[in-house]
Design a protein around this ligand. Structure first.
Ligand code: CJB
Length: 809
């Protein structure tokens, strides 16, 4: 391969505009005068995309030449966010594009509105995957992300009578201009069927059903570097002969396409489920589909420059993003033993070295398990392989803990007692060289509780890699005003790839002129948010009010309910004219709930009801407004986060693995009110205890409360204000209050008083505007650690053992 030079280096607005018109002409077959909005948008996207292609080609060529060790990131979810803003920035063409558009009489914001966010994920886990891909490319790490190209991404959320309604997200309805299709790189994926003996441990699996995986890829450009990696997404297709012409001829139109529909259903929809296991065959099919396509592609790529299996583990790292892709461990064993004829032990040694597993939860119910009977039927050979892996593993355990049957039961990959199930997290730990949690506390608790037996067996295998977020996406793109101010103060944009440099802002916290500008930017950002809120909800919010934000999936453990209880308490205080500790606030909510998660949807409905109560009350609403912005996604996050003054991170200690909105908000100068949970702990350590509103039980205290026998009713009896709040809530939803008084799984009432008092401290702090701004600046200055660049560096050092490969140019 040869190097090509960029045809776009030294781009001017004239060049950009000419290319845009040329794309309009040749790709869309039209002209500026007669182009539709979609014509113009697609041509703009292609013009921007073209500016990344030559970097991609140079990256691929350099990777081919160097034959480096690659990171293959396997994830069932990616929340990439809009591509247009990102690719304009990363291609360095923001300026020339905007000027070119202006010259052509086109509106950038109208065109940006047509850029559809690929919502191929549910929440934090999917967005983390996107931040890591961004950081890998930005640090020249040879990497490919593998995922599923769902026809329907995460549902669109609307509210009807305060309740969530889900609408399909047909994100490619008008086509996806960012995608390259490679229909001749298809892979074949089998399901069902039977197993035939070959020799020894080697068997032959004869699938009963076969579908095709068709790849397409999107570019993952690095920022401030030449590297452009890719994310490869697989779509299920039926084999060519699947259309039944004779049935169609006989008028059986439905039957004629039955096989096509069945096959294509595999990549039809992202399961809108965040953490609870969904006993659905189709979901397991999706997982197997993803890992088979990915592994075949990884092997194909390996073989371009290598031939010896002994080199595989040196060239390949497969990072498993949670348990969804863990079937890859069994599939790689099957490929190596059955198809390649490797001895079991050699195959196992390769497999174990190749995989690494990231766990994103502590909730036992969120650790996936699959019924053995289902796996046996759907993937008969994989089930045999898992049994054998388990058998050999349990021999190891028995040798270490002789006679300890309880230990065998605890660690076994197969859960016994009742229906036998495959514990995917156990398979992941047994089949990986490294296991990591996503924040210090989480990693510590994983090793001490959820995966304790394994951590005792293999302590060296357990790591912590604290999550991080992309400063490009969540500061530069989300908050251009603040980014401009930071760059001005720090004398350039180097901080965008070296976020620790934010610490140089610290002295600015004592500069009153700087504080004034900081405040002014927050205000402008709140004005932007207010405009959006008015359009989306009809509620007018005051851009001068404290903007108090809780944005995340709806989950009981995250305790959106606690947030709502405080709002009701404030409502009563204001009605009674007890406004000593009240400052004007806007409570902003954003987040979706899994459609089948009844309890979370109830809380959501209550939040909307309380919002109406507050907003419509003439006495209360001058002090307190509450908006629940529908359809929270990456684009919405980019709008809300820059406007936020207060970040609500109020999960019950020990439940949130890390959280990442906490990092995004702190980086944008929001102060956190939070428990000692997930990455809050590390945020507080870094920004300083004085600059963080801490409240609530810590994990030890939670355990002690439970140990004593938790009695939520006692808190109700003891606290008159809480009584008033719950009595009000009961008026709207009695079941929520019944549950709180009798069960309260997430200790909402136990933390209630501490939370409300801490919110009073927040109000007092807000009154001191200079002090608040100072703290806000310090939050930003001291949050550089939470860059996903640092996260990737940690992975590289501790888990991947891979070094950057710089691409010339
Ligand atoms: N997480 O988003 C999900 N989905 C899951 O199924 C399990 C966990 C979240 O992952 C984030 C990234 O690691 C964490 O920050 C967050 O705490 C966790 O809930």
């Amino acid at each position: 391969m040869t190097y090509v030079t960029s045809p776009h280096s030294g781009d001017t607005p004239g060049d950009f505009g000419r290319d845009l018109l040329s794309n309009l002409y040749y790709q869309r077959g039209t002209t500026l005068e007669s182009a539709s909005a979609q014509d113009t948008y697609h041509s703009l996207a292609l013009t921007v995309r073209n500016r990344l292609v030559d970097r991609y080609i140079r990256t691929a060529a350099a990777h081919y030449r160097a034959n480096p060790r690659f990171i293959y990131y396997l994830s069932a979810e990616y929340m990439l966010g809009k591509q247009l803003d990102q690719n304009l920035l990363y291609s360095g063409t923001e300026d020339s594009a905007h000027r070119a558009l202006e010259g052509l009489g086109l509106s950038s914001s109208d065109l940006d509105a047509l850029d559809v966010e690929p919502g191929l994920g549910n929440g934090g886990l999917g967005r983390l995957a996107a931040c890591l891909l961004d950081a890998m490319a930005s640090q020249d790490i040879p990497a490919v992300g593998y995922g599923i190209r769902y026809d329907f991404g995460i549902f669109k959320q609307a509210f009807q009578d305060g309740g969530q309604v889900e609408r399909p997200d047909d994100w490619t309805f008008y086509g996806n201009p960012w995608e390259f299709h490679a229909s001749d790189d298809q892979q074949t994926v089998g399901f069902y069927g039977h197993v035939e003996p070959l020799d020894g441990v080697r068997k032959s699996w004869v699938p009963g059903e076969v579908v095709l995986g068709e790849p397409s890829h999107m570019l993952v450009p690095g920022y401030g570097t030449s590297t452009v990696n890719i994310i490869r997404l697989w779509r299920a297709r039926a084999a060519r002969e699947s259309f039944d012409l004779s049935r169609f001829g006989a008028g059986q139109y439905g039957e004629a396409v039955e096989e096509i529909v069945r096959s294509e259903n595999i990549s039809k929809v992202l399961y809108p489920d965040d953490s609870t296991e969904l006993g659905r065959e189709l979901r397991l099919k999706q997982q197997h589909f993803l890992v088979t396509c990915a592994l075949r592609d990884i092997v194909r790529r390996f073989r371009l420059r290598n031939s010896d299996w002994d080199d595989f583990a040196g060239k390949v790292v497969i990072q498993l993003n949670d348990t969804h892709p863990v079937m890859a461990i069994a599939e790689l064993m099957r490929m190596l033993v059955d198809e390649e004829g490797l001895e079991w032990d050699r195959a196992w040694s390769i497999t174990r070295r190749v995989f690494a597993y990231t766990c994103h939860t502590l909730l036992p119910e969120a650790l996936e398990t699959w019924p053995v009977a289902l796996v046996q039927r759907l993937l008969p050979r994989h089930m045999e392989i898992i049994f054998l892996i388990n058998h050999l593993f349990l021999q190891e355990v028995a040798a270490r803990y002789p006679g300890d049957d309880a230990k065998l039961r605890e660690l076994s990959i197969i859960q016994e007692g009742g229906e036998q199930r495959v514990r995917m997290a156990h398979l992941a730990v047994v089949g990986s060289s490294a296991v990591n949690g996503v924040a210090e506390l989480h990693s510590r608790l994983l090793a001490a509780t959820t995966l304790r037996g394994f951590a005792e067996l293999w302590p060296g295998r357990f790591h912590n890699v604290t999550n991080g977020v992309s400063p490009r996406r969540f500061v530069r793109l989300a908050n251009p005003r603040l980014s401009g101010l930071i760059s001005e103060r720090l004398g350039g944009q180097a901080w965008l790839t070296d976020l620790d440099r934010l610490v140089e802002l610290e002295p600015a916290a004592d500069d009153s002129a700087f504080r004034e500008r900081w405040r002014e930017i927050k205000r402008l950002n709140r004005e932007d948010l207010a405009r959006h809120a008015l359009a989306a909800t009809g509620v007018a919010i005051d851009p001068d009010a404290l903007c108090d934000v809780m944005i995340k999936r709806f989950h009981e453990y995250k305790r959106q309910l606690l947030r709502v209880l405080h709002v009701v308490a404030q409502y009563h205080r204001i009605r009674r004219d007890q406004v000593v500790d009240v400052v004007p606030r806007t409570i902003v909510f954003g987040g979706k709930a899994a459609p089948g998660y009844y309890a979370a949807k109830r809380i959501m409905r209550l939040a909307n009801t309380v919002a109406d109560l507050v907003n419509e009350d003439p006495v209360v609403s001058p002090y307190l407004k509450m908006v629940f912005l529908p359809d929270y996604n990456v684009s919405r996050a980019q709008l809300i986060i820059p406007a936020a003054d207060l970040s609500e991170q109020i999960s019950l200690a020990g439940k949130e693995a890390s959280g990442t909105s906490n990092m995004k908000l702190a980086l944008n100068g929001a102060l956190t009110i939070g428990t000692l949970d997930g990455a809050n702990v590390e945020i507080r350590d870094r920004v300083g205890a004085d600059n963080f509103f801490l409240f609530g039980l810590d994990t030890t205290e939670v355990a002690a409360v439970r140990e004593r026998g938790y009695d939520p009713r006692a808190y109700y009896d003891r606290d008159a204000e809480l009584r008033e709040v719950l009595d009000t809530v009961a008026h709207y939803d009695k079941d929520i209050v019944d549950d709180l008084l009798h069960r309260d799984e997430y200790l909402t009432l136990a933390d209630y008083r501490a939370y409300v008092d801490c919110q009073d401290q927040v109000a007092r702090a807000w009154r001191d505007r200079e002090g608040w701004t100072r703290t806000s600046i310090l939050n930003t200055a001291r949050s550089g650690f939470f860059s996903s660049d640092r996260t990737v560096r940690d992975y590289c050092r501790d888990i991947w053992h891979v070094t950057p490969l710089r691409i010339d140019g």
